[in-house]
Design a protein around this ligand. Sequence first.
Ligand SMILES: Cc1cc2nc3c(=O)[nH]c(=O)nc-3n(C[C@H](O)[C@H](O)[C@H](O)COP(=O)(O)OP(=O)(O)OC[C@H]3O[C@@H](n4cnc5c(N)ncnc54)[C@H](O)[C@@H]3O)c2cc1C
Length: 419
Amino acid sequence: MSAPRQLAVIGGGPAGLMAAEVLVAGGVQVDLFDAMPSVGRKFLLAGKGGLNLTHGEAFELFLTRYGARQAQLAPWLTAFDPAALRQWAGGLGIATFVGSSGRVFPADLKAAPLLRAWLQRLRSAGVRLHQRHRWCGWTEEGALRFAAPTGELTIRPDATLLALGGASWARLGSDGAWRPWLAARGVDVAPLQPSNCGFDVGRTGQASGWSTHLRERFAGAPVKPVALSVETPDGRRFHRQGEFVVTATGIEGSLVYAASALLRDEIAAHGEATLTLDLLPDRSPDWVAAEVARPRGPRSLSTHLKSRLGIDGVKAALLHELLDKEQLHDAVRLAAALKALPLRLVAARPLDEAISTAGGVRFEALDERLMLKALPGVFCAGEMLDWEAPTGGYLLNACFATGRAAGQGMLAWLAAGQH
Ligand SMILES: Cc1cc2nc3c(=O)[nH]c(=O)nc-3n(C[C@H](O)[C@H](O)[C@H](O)COP(=O)(O)OP(=O)(O)OC[C@H]3O[C@@H](n4cnc5c(N)ncnc54)[C@H](O)[C@@H]3O)c2cc1C
């Protein structure tokens, strides 16, 4: 009898754990290594925001959220679509529901019970977890090198899955250190960039940032409802209503994240990007113009804006921050600004602060089983691949789906005896 195949999964996030589940079900010995003292740390952090597992919108629309990588991801997402993901969670005893926005969450909005049940199932199926094992690349002979609590460890599995995540929130484990190791072995890796990130603002005549007044009074304040529009010189457009948050140096939050790929690329190309804010998205320009133009008698502008248009707090502060005195006191220009207030952004916030990472292992470097063409027997999955998507459950769904596909790809590769 031949010894069972031994496979290494490196990275215990959603992608690596899903691959381990597929592999162990395929009858192979799975050793899962993670640099951290416990696995799934970013997944648990996602639980702090309610754990948006996937999205309940029509599947054709769902696929479009993956933008330029839709075609590459479609087969894996079709094989593990939002319905399959919900069924899988149900199998772990975690019921899910579709929120009013279409986003899908566990009934208790928590990640810990799901992760606990999943790890228990993986362990009883035979997956061996090796925590505090940091992968450090390959030896010259091609063995995997780990920094382990007992010192350096090298192993030569029959196949390896890299599911190392992106490079945001490095303190949770994914730090992007793998990039040069793969590049040195001939793997084409697109530069890692922030995705679903905040931005720093730039004010005319100032290096960057808000005034002290706005920062001290309104950092942390949500701006809602508001519509955000971007139009780039090369014809890319974004327009959506929602909400964002003023930060100490700029803006962040779901509406900003949704536009972040476009804004980031625009800043990279031209050094800055300008978006426009509609502070009264539910009101027509004519209504706004008529209300602004009403005689205000002895009342101050602030009182007028508040009583006639419902503009106060952070929205009023933004008007005062971004318009000069002349604009504020010219009814026509003020009305126009309420519907289209320009805001200049000068930098994306650093990658470490981003929700997710764009860039990574290019799909051209992988075959249809997610195996690296330059390194037969080494597969990749999850956020370390070169795709990005907005928040809304799209990130986790694609991590699960690619983890599952890579696990199946490894089994197929072993079965074909190609190693
Ligand atoms: C604040 C926040 C909230 C989020 N909320 C959501 C949400 O609600 N919905 C959603 O869809 N997505 C959300 N995401 C994104 C989602 O969590 C990630 O896309 C997902 O966790 C990526 O899965 P992964 O398995 O590819 O990588 P990760 O989850 O990053 O896991 C990678 C693992 O690899 C390990 N590792 C890395 N390098 C090494 C090494 N050299 N040696 C050994 N181990 C290594 C790490 O320790 C880590 O455990 C959120 C992200 C953040 C930061």
